[in-house]
Ligand binder design. Structure first.
Ligand SMILES: [Zn+2]
Ligand SMILES: [Zn+2]
Length: 184
């Protein structure tokens, strides 16, 4: 039987995605444009089940990408002595989406954010100040504890779709010692 596409929602093979699944799928499409392999994160801001803006991690417009020239790693020494490494070359997915909203004059207040992993501390501060209402993160973020606490304090719902923790590849750390490319 060759049924028309119009009636495909009645086919036993077709399962209509729910809203969360629908926006996560759009987020996955955006993530394919990401240019830093430490996460390849993306996000979608949604209000009343409509997409407002999307974003993905990448260098500022016109600047070289991590995928082409390598990461720009900086070490952060915490009060308790732990050291974490971060790629500073990129604008984060959430930040890029907020920039897009600013350029187009779109309010993100009261929106829901679908995002690859729990936001970093900086993005969390921005999300609090733009008035996001709910965050649906596909994964946890290895350094996301502080963000979780801040969001809770700000009264913003944070939901995880699964318990996978996003860890960045050790490879990046090994290849970029003191800003010098070693290997590959
Ligand atoms: Zn990078
Ligand atoms: Zn961030």
């Amino acid at each position: 039987m060759n049924k028309s596409k119009k009636s495909s929602n009645k086919s036993p093979k077709h399962r209509r995605p729910n809203w969360d699944e629908y926006f996560i799928e759009i987020m996955h499409a955006a993530a394919k444009r990401a240019t830093c392999d430490r996460g390849r994160s993306a996000c979608v801001f949604v209000k009343e089940n409509q997409v407002l803006v999307t974003g993905y991690v990448g260098s500022p417009t016109g600047f070289p990408h991590c995928d082409d020239v390598g990461h720009q790693i900086k070490k952060l020494i915490h009060k308790d002595g732990t050291v974490t490494e971060h790629c500073m070359r990129t604008v984060h997915a959430e930040q890029n989406a907020i920039c897009q909203a600013a350029k187009r004059g779109v309010s993100l207040e009261g929106s829901t954010l679908y995002v690859t992993m729990a936001p970093c501390r900086t993005c969390t501060m921005l999300l609090i100040n733009i008035g996001v209402k709910r965050i649906v993160a596909e994964n946890k973020y290895h350094a996301g504890g502080e963000s979780e606490k801040m969001l809770k304090k700000a009264g913003i719902k944070l939901e995880y779709l699964n318990n996978k923790v996003m860890e960045y590849p050790k490879r990046a750390e090994e290849q970029w010692v003191r800003g010098v490319k070693v290997g590959k």
